[in-house]
Design a protein around this ligand. Structure first.
Ligand code: PLP
Length: 382
């Protein structure tokens, strides 16, 4: 095996070059001198760890979500991991989740020592709540639903299931800032809701960052201990813990961008609606249904396509950065071999991995560009 390097992920490498790209970071931070100025102020105050910028960030997240507590942490992955730790999940426990997700969901479960137990997805790309009961055992401790692309899971069924069986509920809302289910913010249904500010998320920073929301004050305290060495004050550790604070520099970037989060969200929703319209009559494309009690924020705009790989190559040749999130389901990853799953175990998730395609939907894609993408998709199938 070759050595593992600090590779530049493909999403940065390829995408910068295509005219209709997925990666819009240069545009996103074109006003970066304003951020640098705020960082300059920080340097004069020496307020480098947690401090007032993180306080301000957490207070704004409480306002945005309506949650009683927000806790800034090092990443979305840590938001999930620390939530599970705070809820007492560890070796010998089972945690139910979906195989159609990003690696971090499974990594967070697995690194607590618990075993991820998969349940197939639905055609809406999220976990199939009707299949939860079938995998319940004495060891089941928690459910981690993933709101894929910022589209709410069936939170009524999932919360009922967790209450009925006294299971913890940790929402992977890493795609879901400003998203809602029946008027309530995603992330506020579970014991905790976990969010990421990775550079390619809807609210993004200059590296890694994440946060947790919870209405339970005791759990919030536990999480504040877990992210900061277990310290109750400068000289006393209440528990032995981690160092996963939200970096104060990243909190400055996040606070800056939070001013625009509603603009960002509205633009993504409008772009998706335009795609929906333009693709509605393309027989080879399956656009998922859009229930009107769900506010979807389109971290990704995902549809299913016939001859997906050919379509993707065609679109790239036309300058459109079509992507696949993701081609291999989590139960078939090499890292999952110890769990004993095989191809065929989760037919919907497997079919999604074969057929989904993501089209650029971020706030800097123009109406003309979206029309061009739709035209090229029609040209491909014609
Ligand atoms: C990005 C992501 C995470 C993890 O976020 P990081 O901040 O990169 O650690 C977790 N779950 C999902 C579904 C994600 O897309």
């Amino acid at each position: 095996m070759s050595r593992i390097r600090n590779f530049l992920p493909q999403q940065y490498e390829q995408t910068g070059e295509l005219p209709i790209n997925h990666n819009y970071l240069r545009q996103q931070f074109s006003d970066y001198p304003q951020i640098l100025e705020k960082i300059g102020d920080l340097v004069s105050r020496c307020d480098y760890t947690l401090g007032s910028e993180v306080d301000r960030f957490e207070s704004r997240i409480r306002d945005l979500t309506g949650s009683r507590n927000a806790i800034g942490v090092g990443s979305g992955t840590d938001a999930l991991f620390l939530s599970l730790k705070a809820l007492g999940i560890g070796p010998g426990d089972e945690v139910i989740t979906t195989p159609f997700t990003f690696f971090a969901t499974i990594g967070a479960i697995s690194t607590t020592g618990a075993r991820p137990v998969f349940v197939d997805a639905n055609w809406d790309y999220n976990i199939d709540a009707s299949k939860l009961a079938a995998v319940l055992t004495e060891k089941t401790k928690a459910v981690v639903p993933v709101h894929w692309g910022g589209f709410a899971c069936a939170m009524d069924e999932i919360t009922n299931f967790c209450q009925a069986h006294k299971l913890s509920l940790v929402e992977d809302a890493c795609h879901g800032i400003r998203a809602e289910f029946r008027g309530k913010a995603l992330g506020t249904f579970g014991d905790t809701g976990c969010f990421s500010m990775h550079p390619l998320k809807n609210l993004n920073v200059w590296g890694d960052g994440g946060y947790i929301v919870t209405d339970q004050d005791d759990l919030a305290d536990q999480l504040r201990l877990l992210r900061n060495h277990g310290l109750a004050n400068r000289n006393e550790a209440i528990i032995w813990a981690y160092n996963s604070r939200l970096d104060t520099l990243q909190a400055i970037v996040a606070n800056h961008l939070l001013e625009k989060i509603d603009e960002i969200t509205t633009a993504r929703i409008a772009n998706a609606a335009l795609y929906d319209n333009l693709l509605a009559d393309v027989e080879e494309i399956d656009v998922p249904t859009r229930p009107n009690d769900i506010k979807q924020v389109y971290h990704l705009y995902v549809v299913r396509a016939q001859r997906r790989d050919e379509l993707q190559a065609y679109l790239i040749s036309k300058g459109v950065d079509a992507k696949v999130h993701y081609p291999i389901p989590m139960h078939l990853q090499p890292a999952s071999s110890e769990f004993g799953y095989k191809m065929g175990d989760f037919p919907v998730a497997e079919e999604l991995c074969r057929s989904v395609i993501s089209l650029p939907v971020h706030e800097f894609v123009s109406v003309d560009q979206i029309e061009f993408v739709a035209q090229e998709i029609k040209a491909f199938y014609a």
